[in-house]
Ligand binder design. Structure first.
Ligand code: ADP
Ligand code: FDM
Ligand code: MG
Length: 212
């Protein structure tokens, strides 16, 4: 089963619109935790290093076209292929700081018009985050941060739709962070929330599974 007798790490996921600050905050959080002597690793989804990840990467850069349902299942499979390694790391006491996860999977596909429950189904049974830090930002503020790159989905109208579906997924494991504040202020909020959940998880909290 999923129960843990020993101290386990926490599964911390950063979510938010493009350019909300996820990638920079993940990196700072991991180096902060490591300096504190806490075992932590930076992870990200999609993980473009696998065969499935390379199909996803071609799709995102628009060099390949894939049907919406098909690519949704590839994103999910990309998490499933990492599931056992993630579980082993958490059980050995390593905290995982993850840049996007199933919540992006559902929000981005549902924003295209796919049924919300259909979108959730393939991720059922994956590890759930102990803490989702939602970097909340109006899309126009995010877009002003140097403008979007050339990838699929990096368009204001679509980002607004994604934000709607993120809101539908929020539960008690989510904490909303005001991502319009300075990088240092956002980092402070993220550190505090992370240290709290790491302490809780090390006290024998069982691993959680999607969806609740
Ligand atoms: P994401 O991974 O969510 O797309 P990034 O961490 O790549 O976001 O940040 C996108 C851009 O915005 C980068 O140029 C980064 O330096 C800048 N940035 C990140 N956080 C802030 C902030 N709080 N205030 C201003 N600019 C920021
Ligand atoms: N994305 C990400 C999805 O559509 N589904 C998913 O399951 C995941 C994990 O891929 F546009 C989208 C979200 C974003 C893109 O961009 C990944 P970054 O810059 O690698 O986060
Ligand atoms: Mg990023």
């Amino acid at each position: 089963g999923l129960s843990c007798a020993e101290k386990r790490g926490a599964l911390i996921v950063l979510e938010g619109l493009d350019r909300s600050g996820k990638s920079s905050q993940c990196a700072s959080l991991v180096s902060f935790l490591n300096k504190q002597g806490i075992s932590a690793e930076a992870w990200r989804f999609p993980d473009r290093s696998t065969a499935i990840g390379s199909m996803i990467s071609s799709y995102l850069s628009s060099s390949a076209d894939l049907d919406d349902c098909t690519v949704h299942l590839l994103f999910s499979a990309n998490r499933w292929e990492k599931r056992s390694v993630m579980e082993a790391k958490l059980k050995e006491g390593t905290t995982l700081v993850v840049d996007r996860y199933s919540y992006s999977g559902v929000a981005f596909s549902a924003a295209k018009g796919l049924d919300l429950n259909w979108c959730k189904a393939p991720d059922q049974g994956l590890l759930a985050a102990d803490l989702v830090l939602y970097l909340n930002i109006p899309p126009e503020v995010a877009a002003a941060r140097g403008g979007y790159g050339g990838e699929r989905y990096e368009k204001m109208d679509f980002q607004l739709e994604v934000a709607k579906y993120y809101k539908k997924l929020q539960d008690s494991t989510w904490q909303t962070i005001d991502a319009t504040k300075s990088i240092e202020e956002v980092q402070e909020d993220i550190k505090n929330a992370s240290l709290r959940i790491i302490a809780e998880c090390s006290e024998g909290q069982e691993l959680l599974r999607l969806w609740g």
